[in-house]
Write a protein that binds this ligand. Structure first.
Ligand code: NAP
Length: 243
């Protein structure tokens, strides 16, 4: 079976793509700018004896998402597992947030999931099987000062996930979201040490999460045995939110 992971060149997406390959899935690795990272990820995935290929596309643009799916289909086949992971931050307080930073985040984090899910769902419905996993964030559940654009995109993806789950449950397709807390990637590397210290204090488990922690949760939703679970949001956050 074929899995497509958006934004798989680095961080959480990379860990998800690796875990899928390790579990026997062929993997279509989408990236936007980090080609060499995507290529070395493919080499690593292939060591598990599965097929892996890279596909460049900026999934925040509808035409590019559409091209991505036609390229993947013609070179690897239909997608059975879609992980909408690509995402960015453009943090600022509301009054200082530029409309272009609002739009960039909504396009990259939310609209991309709409474009890619719409492309993937036709073949999934035809084969009466599909697994859609959307990477949200705890910020989409709680909100966060300085991240109104990001929180709106992640809350949006949760509502989107539940709607897709309701529309396609009868076709053997599940749609679930994962809400990571504070995970060590380049997205969080940019935070100041004192900000990281404060966040750490709010995590009951007492450690920062790893991309692999999110990847393991994705594998739970991907598994055939989780077919009775749809429209759910699973926080992978060391107990940070518990809501
Ligand atoms: P990251 O290390 O910054 O990696 C982001 C990845 O997304 C890169 O592979 C990047 O590809 C890709 N990407 C961004 N925009 C894209 C676009 N328009 N088209 C295609 N690919 C695109 O971030 P991360 O921490 O792994 O985050 C992954 C996801 O987890 C995001 O949705 C993020 O919001 C979510 N999340 C992260 C955390 C955290 O603490 N890290 C917490 C909650 C949720 P290129 O490098 O090839 O451009």
């Amino acid at each position: 079976m074929l899995a497509l992971v958006t934004g798989a060149s680095r961080g959480i997406g990379r860990a998800i793509a690796l875990e899928l390959g390790r579990s026997g899935y062929d993997v279509a690795v989408n990236y936007n700018r980090s080609e060499s990272e995507a290529l070395s990820l493919c080499d690593e995935i292939k060591t598990f004896g599965v097929n892996a290929k890279i596909f460049q596309a900026d999934v925040s643009v509808q035409e590019e998402a559409s091209r991505l799916f036609s390229e993947v289909k013609s070179s690897m086949g239909a997608v059975s597992v879609l992980v909408n992971n690509a995402g960015i931050t453009r943090d600022n307080l509301l009054m200082r947030m530029k409309p272009e930073d609002w739009l960039a985040v909504i396009n990259s984090n939310l609209n991309s999931a709409f474009y890619c899910t719409r492309e993937a769902i036709r073949d999934m419905a035809k084969s009466k099987y599909g697994r859609i996993i959307n990477i949200a964030s705890v910020v989409g559940l709680t909100g966060n000062a300085g991240q109104s654009n990001y929180a709106a995109s992640k809350a949006g993806i949760i509502g989107f996930t539940k709607s897709v789950a309701r529309e396609y449950a009868s076709r053997g397709i599940t749609a679930n979201a994962i809400a990571p807390g504070f995970i060590e990637t380049s997205m969080t590397d940019i935070l100041k040490p004192e900000v990281k210290e404060n966040i750490l204090k709010s995590i009951p488990v007492g450690t920062i999460g790893r991309p692999e922690d999110v990847a393991k949760a994705v594998m739970f939703f991907v598994s055939e045995t989780s077919g009775y679970i749809t429209g759910q949001v699973l926080a992978v956050d060391g107990g940070m939110t518990m809501c």
